[in-house]
Design a protein around this ligand. Structure first.
Ligand code: OGA
Ligand code: MN
Length: 297
């Protein structure tokens, strides 16, 4: 009898009926062979959020692993971006020198926008595909990250809302953050502003790999909806965000040190729960450059 040729390289454990799976059998500090990559990518497309436990990686290893999935994005602002490794986006209330920043520090204020539903870099003409977040110093007082499956959200939309989003665009403007959060943020320099002009994205998109439709909104950036007054557009986005945040669509992750989470920004939103600002929370993110404009459904 011939020996079985299929060897399971990865252990994949679903975490929630809506989305999320834990994957063991990957060492992010090492190169990945093509067969393992394929297996991992398939799991990612199926579960949308992958949790890699116990990945004690350096920033350089984190960036190198990210390159399996594409080119890392470089953030357009000087704040938040790591001074040491430019591909690293620091979701952190601790500065590059290791000092805890107060809650009214511009960086901390800006990062507090992550406490509302959003998908990353939707304000770019070509938004990212995914992001990988490494829990370097994790919170014990909150700071859990919630993800929502936007395929399921789209499919479950009441007919009236579905008709309203079909064929419609929403505007995504990075500069809307301060209005949305009601926070005074560090103004962008003219160069930073020029790098991220407002863009219109379809509200229903087709995933280039799975070819499934999902609702595509990013409430922290959505300042306008096509064919609606600014006020009506904001109410509409708020209604959709509330619908998307229902528990049947959401996985909530409680972080352990050295968890790395990889999510697909094309078909999920996320938000972080509040935590005690006196507690250090250091999370390092890489983001994968998208390869084509968003495809409308
Ligand atoms: C992000 C983000 C949430 C968190 O890194 O894009 O929104 O839990 N982070 O820190
Ligand atoms: Mn985010």
């Amino acid at each position: 009898m011939a020996l079985a040729q299929t060897q399971t390289r990865l252990q994949v454990r679903p975490l929630n009926p809506a989305l999320g799976a834990e994957v063991r059998g990957v060492d992010m500090s090492k190169p990945m062979d093509p067969a393992t990559f394929k297996e991992l990518h398939d799991a990612w497309m199926q579960y949308l959020v992958i949790v890699f436990p116990e990945q004690h990686v350096t920033d350089e290893q984190h960036v190198a692993f990210t390159r399996n999935f594409g080119e890392p994005e470089i953030f357009h602002q000087s704040i938040i971006k790591s001074k040491r490794v430019r591909e690293i986006f620091r979701v952190s209330n601790v500065d590059d020198e290791g000092k805890l920043m107060p809650p009214d520090h511009p960086t901390v204020r800006q990062l507090s926008a992550a406490q509302y539903w959003h998908t990353d870099s939707s304000y770019r003409t070509i938004p990212c595909t995914g992001a990988l977040l490494h829990g370097v110093e994790v919170s014990r007082t909150g700071g859990e990250t919630e993800f929502t499956n936007m395929y399921l959200v789209y499919e479950a939309l009441p007919e009236k809302l579905k008709r309203q989003v079909e064929g419609r665009k929403a505007r995504h403007d990075f500069d809307y953050l301060s209005v949305y959060t009601g926070q005074t943020l560090k103004p962008m320099t003219p160069e930073e502003r020029a790098a991220v002009p407002p863009v219109w994205q379809p509200m229903v998109r087709i995933h280039p790999v799975t070819e499934r439709k999902s609702l595509y909104i990013s409430p922290i950036y959505n300042d306008e909806v096509e064919g609606m007054s600014p006020e009506a557009g904001k109410r509409f986005i708020a209604e959709l965000a509330e619908f998307a945040g229902q528990p049947q669509f959401v996985y909530r992750h409680r972080w352990e040190t050295d968890d790395v989470l990889m999510w697909d920004n094309r078909c999920t939103m996320h938000q972080v729960t509040a935590f005690d600002p006196r507690e250090r929370r250091v999370m390092h993110r890489t983001t994968v450059v998208g390869d084509a404009p968003v495809i409308a459904a």
